[in-house]
Every structure is written in C-alpha cells, then in structure tokens.
Design a binder for this molecule. Structure first.
Ligand SMILES: Cc1cc2nc3c(=O)[nH]c(=O)nc-3n(C[C@H](O)[C@H](O)[C@H](O)COP(=O)(O)OP(=O)(O)OC[C@H]3O[C@@H](n4cnc5c(N)ncnc54)[C@H](O)[C@@H]3O)c2cc1C
Ligand code: SF4
Length: 324
C-alpha cells in the first residue's frame, strides 16, 4: 500500500467538497477499494481517500412515503437480518446474505456494493500490469484474451481519456444490483434521484453515472403490492468469498406482471424483457418456465469461452420461476 491522505468526513457537504478535488476517492467499507489500492491497480495513486462511514444518519432502514428506504451505509449483514427488509423485500435480504463472506458482509455497505469497479482480471492485475481502456488506456485486453467471465451481450462503448470511443467487455457483478433493478428502486444521491435503470454505466474508472463529488445517500424501493412474490438466485464456483458468475432476481406482481433482472452477463445489470413479456398474465408451467429461460438470453452474443453462461441463465431462470 502506498501512502495517501485520509479524511473522516463529518458531513455529506464536507465529503462532497473533498471528492470534487482531482485525485480523491470515496471509501465506505473498503471491501472493493482497499483491495484495489493494495494491489496498486490504478495508474495514478489517489492523493486523498474520503471515509464516508463517519457521516451520521446514512445507515438506517425505514418505511417512508410509500418506499422502503435503505441508507447507503447500511452494512450488508445488517440488511440481510433486518426484519422490515425480510418482510417487505425478502429478495434484497437474500442477496445481501449471499454477498462475499460473513466477515465482509459485516463491514461493507449497500452504496459501495452498487458503485464497485469491475472485477475483470486484466483491470485488477497487480501493479497496473494492463493499462486497459476502462482505466484510461488504449485497448481492451479481454477481446483477444481470456474472456470466460466477460459479457455475453457485447461490450459497453464509452469515451476514453483521449476522446476516442473505447469498448469494455467487463460485466457488472454487484450482488444487489439485479434485485434492486427488478424492484424498480431509485438511487438518491447528494444531487438527484436516479431510477436504477439509468444508474449503472461504464466509463474510465467508473461503473455508474455519478459525477465527481456525488455521493449515494439512500436506495428507495417502491413498497411492493400485497401478494408480490420475489426471489434471488446466483451461481458462483465457490460457496463463499466468490463473486456471482451469474445472478438474477425475479419479481411477480399480483396482476400477472413480471420483472426479471440479470447480473454478471452484461456491462450493466439487464432486464430480461423478452422473458417478462412471455410470462405476462400466463399460468406458470414447467414448459413456460423453460421457454422464459431461453427468452432471457435472447439477443446474446457470447464468445467461445463464455457461452456456458447462457445455460446458467436458462437454468437459473427456470428454477427460480418454478420455486415461486
Ligand atoms: C474476497 C472478496 C469477495 C467479494 N465478494 C463479493 C460478492 O460476492 N459480491 C459482490 O457484489 N461484491 C463482492 N465483493 C466486493 C465488495 O466487498 C462488496 O461489493 C462490497 O459491498 C463493497 O462495499 P464497500 O462499502 O466495501 O465499498 P468500498 O470498497 O468502500 O467502495 C466501492 C466503490 O464505491 C464507491 N462508493 C462507496 N460508497 C459510495 C457512496 N455512498 N456513494 C458513492 N460512491 C461510493 C467507492 O468510491 C468505491 O469506488 C468482494 C470483495 C472481496 C474482497
Ligand atoms: S474488459 Fe474492460 S476492464 Fe477488462 S480489460 Fe477490457 S476494458 Fe479493461
């Protein structure tokens, strides 16, 4: 670890002002960021790390104005055990309970989970060995390299530091992202309220549309109608301390409408709209569940190395549907 300055922010205003300075980074639990600093993966080391956890009042869970409101500094372990979350949005508690490891869940936050940077192994290689497009470098190493964990729905395209268009095949693997997308959550920041479908993005050293100095303060979930059913599923190679290769959430509304959201398959979390349409208003049968699984991967363009993910999605969708 190289030296950097550290600020225990006392308020959102103080944190936001500090984070507008070039070379500063926000830190909540540090589960994502500290590893990146320790492994020295960035070209430029941050001058200042701004600790958000010292800001009071951002770790509550409450029901307010028709929303289940989750503070951005809620620890994932607390979310998984919270009785209000368990009763109103059980799939959120399920996802929080499956993230990372028991120890990490007690120290890492909801906001940090949603804002984490990609886990692509070129991006994370020690000592910035691959200065790839997502870090401001010239190219993506995954296109002609080992892309077995990468996107099956093509790359994200964004403006690089040199102003030229760049592409990135990394996926968003944030544990809580699909379930919050399926529940049509809103992300409240120090500047605005963003529908979750517009929150995730890809760019140089960012995975969201947040501007410099903008901090996530709360996640608001519209209170699900009585009779709504939901579930969360993930596939990982190891049971604990392993990112999901594929994760997904299903929400069935009492009127027969469905929301299905997938993570780990595309640069940003993705709604499976063809599957939602296929299921709408129909009685669920094993045949329909299988057809919905196939519809969930409609339009996929996998590489030879990551085509296995399509079968994972099909099976997870089918099993999740039949479990409801
Ligand atoms: C061994 C290991 C296993 C892991 N397994 C998983 C897993 O299975 N699933 C998974 O999803 N993650 C996993 N993680 C990644 C990480 O621990 C979690 O995603 C965690 O929830 C990140 O939260 P944090 O509070 O520690 O974020 P931090 O590391 O503090 O921050 C992450 C990023 O978000 C930004 N940020 C943090 N809070 C805010 C905010 N309020 N507003 C704006 N920006 C913010 C930071 O600047 C940073 O860029 C794992 C990590 C490790 C080390
Ligand atoms: S997939 Fe993205 S993060 Fe990985 S090497 Fe390519 S540009 Fe970098």
């Amino acid at each position: 670890m190289r030296p950097f300055n550290h600020l225990n922010a006392a308020s959102l205003e103080e944190a936001s002002a500090a984070l507008k300075q070039p070379g500063s980074l926000a830190m909540a639990g540090g589960g994502d960021l500290l590893g990146a600093l320790k492994d020295d993966i960035f070209e430029t080391y941050p001058k200042l790390v701004v600790n958000l956890k010292t800001i009071p009042g951002l770790d509550g869970v409450e029901v307010k104005d028709g929303f289940l409101c989750l503070g951005a500094l809620c620890m994932l372990g607390d979310l998984s055990r919270n009785e209000t979350v368990q009763s109103l949005a059980p799939a959120v508690a399920e996802a929080a309970a499956k993230c990372a490891s028991p120890a990490l869940r007690e120290n890492t936050t909801l906001g940090g989970n949603l804002c984490q940077l990609p886990r692509c192994w070129y991006f994370r290689k020690l000592g910035n060995h691959f200065d790839c497009a997502r870090k401001g470098g010239g190219k993506c190493f995954a296109f002609n390299g080992d892309n077995r964990y990468h996107s099956v729905f093509g790359p994200a395209v964004f403006n690089g530091c040199d102003g030229a268009k760049k592409a990135c095949l990394a996926v968003n693997q944030a544990e809580l992202a699909p379930v919050l997308l399926a529940l049509e959550a809103q992300i409240v920041t120090t500047a605005r309220t963003i529908p979750i479908g517009e929150f995730f993005d890809c760019g140089v050293l960012r995975s969201t549309v947040l501007e410099p100095g903008e901090i996530v303060t709360e996640v608001r979930i519209p209170l699900p109608e009585k009779g709504t059913k939901m579930t969360y599923r993930r596939f990982s190679f190891r049971k604990s301390i392993d990112f999901p290769v594929v994760n997904l959430a299903l929400v069935q509304k009492p009127g027969g409408e469905w929301r299905i959201a997938l993570g780990g398959v595309a640069p940003t979390p993705r709604r499976a709209e063809a599957a939602e349409t296929l299921l709408a208003g129909k009685a669920l049968t094993p045949e329909l569940a299988e057809a919905a699984g196939k519809a969930a991967v409609q339009g996929a363009k996998p590489t030879e190395a990551n085509a296995y993910k399509l079968q994972l999605v099909k099976t997870l969708v089918k099993r999740a549907l039949l479990s409801l």
